[in-house]
Design a protein around this ligand. Structure first.
Ligand SMILES: C[S@@+](CC[C@H](N)C(=O)[O-])C[C@H]1O[C@@H](n2cnc3c(N)ncnc32)[C@H](O)[C@@H]1O
Length: 289
């Protein structure tokens, strides 16, 4: 039992007993399969999210649930990962990145000619980030068919399914400029009132695929001119961040840009990436290409 007497995790008010050893097993499993490092403060969050899985499966203890996950090949492992990821995102989050993206795309297109420019959002969550990249590209080129192709990946298959649908509540898009809303979204009516859908032309620019950043290789193409890796590395420890960065940089074009989250710090990876603007990096000289 936990030494914290008031902890609701162990107070007996819980529907399922949740022992220290259960929490330790959860932490180890999610670290092993997704790289996510969970601290003790996440214990109640873990209980809340996983107890829904126990209920859905009619399993009566964490021990039985975790035994089941550890049996190789159980689809529940994916549901377990989906339950424990944090998917907070928003359209045009950190707006300065999208201004920079527009400038980069225009100067690239002038230099490289008409070939499609590869972009990648590697923790795409429910799609707001890659669709914001698509909108930035459309705005840059004044066209619904700009010369870009956007790969959007995430470990969480549930958020990718939402992203692929491209349907959002009006609250989710409330912060967008009205002109962008009119140009890139279709308002729902009838049963879809209160929602909107990204225009099919925008949807066609983005390819959604599952990809675990812990994987030893990424099927993500090369020469990526803009790689958005934002607000995901914070969940990993520093050695894991370095391993992932070492793989990511090999996908960047020689002068491609890595866009990172505002609270991510890469002082420990100066041999892999070099800063070149606010939360922006390029591959460091001598880093694997
Ligand atoms: C907080 S969201 C960030 C979304 C978006 N990049 C943004 O900044 O708004 C973090 C995303 O990282 C994903 N994620 C966590 N671990 C991952 C891993 N090992 N591989 C790929 N994606 C992962 C989660 O599923 C989640 O959707």
């Amino acid at each position: 039992m936990s030494a914290t007497p008031a902890s609701p995790s162990t107070s007996g008010r819980r529907e399922f007993p949740f022992h220290d050893r259960d929490f330790r097993r959860v932490c180890e499993l999610i670290r092993q399969h997704a790289g996510i490092a969970l601290g003790p403060a996440k214990r109640d969050m873990v209980y809340g999210r996983l107890s829904r899985r126990l209920r859905a499966l009619r399993v009566d203890s964490f021990q039985a649930y975790l035994d089941r996950i550890e049996q190789a090949g159980d689809d529940e492992l994916q549901a377990f990962v989906n339950a424990l990821t944090t998917n907070l995102t928003a359209f045009f989050r950190e707006p300065h990145h999208f201004e920079r993206l527009r400038e980069e795309l225009l100067s690239r297109a002038r230099a490289d000619g008409p070939r499609p420019l590869p972009l990648w959002s590697c923790a795409a969550s429910t799609g707001e980030e890659p669709y914001s990249m698509a909108i930035a590209a459309c705005e840059a080129f004044g066209s619904l068919a700009p010369p870009v192709r956007i790969l959007a990946t995430d470990i969480d298959t549930q958020v990718l399914a939402t992203a692929a649908q491209g349907i959002y509540t009006m609250e989710r898009v409330a912060g967008l400029e009205p002109a962008l809303l009119r140009r890139y979204f279709l308002r729902g009516a009838g049963a879809q009132a209160g929602r909107c859908r990204v225009r099919p032309e925008l949807r066609a620019l983005v390819d959604f695929r599952p990809l675990n950043l812990l994987a030893p290789r990424y099927e993500a193409g090369r020469d990526v001119v803009a790689l958005f890796c934002r607000n995901v590395m914070i969940y990993f420890d520093k050695p894991t961040q370095r391993e992932i960065l070492a793989r990511l940089v090999t996908h960047l074009a020689d002068d491609g840009l890595l866009y990172t989250g505002h609270s991510e710090n890469y002082l420990h990876a100066a041999d892999l990436i070099r800063p070149c603007g606010r939360t922006l990096y390029r591959r460091a000289d001598g880093a694997p290409a």
